[in-house]
Design a protein around this ligand. Structure first.
Ligand SMILES: [Fe+2]
Length: 370
């Protein structure tokens, strides 16, 4: 029987960002560290958040240096920036990278670093500073999940801290924050959310709640991702995507993700592919591999009106401008054995796959995706 964990407060809907000041006050915060991404301060949502925090009486220090696919050195920089300020709450604004960095900053401010000693499952000594998270993509689900991921380029992969102590204190999911999310990031983060949903749905430990969240999430993404990609200010499409990504986050938070993520991590670690793009490219062939032993793909296939689920998923990728082949992104064929070797060591993800997958199987999946 699995545990469902979520922030004590989740607000979903247009204008939720205006509740940030109240949320910080409810968390007992007076001094808020805002962790966000490069470029975010130029976007209108950033100012709306600052106004709300100021209205709630909080003093705010901004760290807007989160790069794409951040590493441990970025986390150390955020913590160093924060230590003189002594924040009593950490606010994260951005995509999964900024939100994960905010969550880990809150841990390191309370318990010290370096982060290496927390990699793995259940290794945190306790909760960190309270966290308030506002996603600007739809999305990573990081605003509700209890894991956080950093890229380790030396190891050629991503590494995760997974622990119930990492459940955020409060999530404000405001679809209006995603209106300025550019089309390529809308596509990549939307496909990442779809991968969260399908991998949670087919997890051997899935229960009635994960099924409910995940299937609805996939339906919403199927209907609304192409529209949100085509017109960023399509308010109903953005609202539906915010809902879909949140549901996917709630689903995978409970059971984790699987072989798609095991394959995606080394594509980011070795080739620098954005997490969502890496997963999107692996999605059709991992599903094709699993199909023989995964009856739960039947309701997913019927969402797409047919039998050929991998083909339908390739169509979804194409509809949002994503390539369907690794070679189109400059990944060399020679690196496939190394990609498969790194992925094969990812026991956490592979054990959650609906079909057992060997190193040789992984090599075949990468080859067919190439
Ligand atoms: Fe993901």
């Amino acid at each position: 029987v699995i545990a469902h964990r979520a922030p004590a407060t989740v607000r979903l809907g247009g204008g939720a960002v205006a509740r940030a000041g109240d949320a910080v006050r409810e968390l007992g915060g007076r001094r808020a560290l805002l962790v966000t991404s490069l470029g975010m301060p130029q976007r209108p949502g950033f100012q709306r958040l600052l106004d709300s925090l100021a209205g709630g009486g909080a003093t705010v220090e901004v760290w807007a240096e989160t790069p794409a696919e951040p590493e441990a050195s970025d986390l150390a920089a955020a913590v160093a920036h924060a230590s003189g300020f002594r924040p009593d709450v950490v606010v994260g604004l951005g995509g999964g990278s900024a939100l994960d960095l905010a969550k880990l900053t809150a841990i390191l401010l309370a318990h010290g670093g370096p982060v290496d000693r927390y990699y793995g499952t259940g290794r945190l000594p306790g909760r960190g500073r309270p966290t308030l998270l506002l996603p600007t993509t739809a999305g990573s689900g990081s605003e509700v999940s209890h894991d956080a991921v950093l890229t380790d380029r030396a190891a050629g992969t991503k590494r995760a801290v997974k622990d119930p102590h990492l459940v955020p204190s409060c999530a404000l999911v405001d679809p209006e924050l995603t209106w300025t999310c550019p089309p390529p990031l809308t596509a990549a983060s939307g496909l990442d959310a779809f991968c969260h949903a399908i991998e949670a749905f087919t997890n051997p430990r899935a229960d009635a709640l994960t099924d409910f969240y995940a299937l609805e999430s996939m339906r919403l993404i199927r209907d609304h991702l192409p529209r949100a990609f085509a017109a960023g200010d399509d308010a109903p499409a953005r609202a539906a995507m915010a809902r879909g990504a949140l549901l996917a986050g709630l689903a995978f938070a409970a059971v984790g993700t699987a072989a798609i993520h095991a394959c995606g991590y080394p594509l980011s670690g070795l080739w620098g592919l954005p997490h969502g793009v890496a997963n999107a490219l692996m999605l059709p062939e991992v599903v094709a591999f699993n199909a023989a032993s995964c009856g739960k793909y039947r309701p997913v296939a019927s969402l797409f009106g047919g039998e050929d689920l991998p083909g339908a998923l390739r169509g979804l990728l194409r509809s949002v401008g994503l390539p369907t082949r690794l070679r189109a992104l400059g990944v060399s064929c020679d690196s496939i054995p190394r990609l498969a070797e790194i992925a094969s060591r990812d026991e956490r993800h592979l054990s959650a796959n609906p079909r057992p997958v060997s190193r040789g199987d992984l090599e075949g999946i990468f080859e067919r995706s190439w």
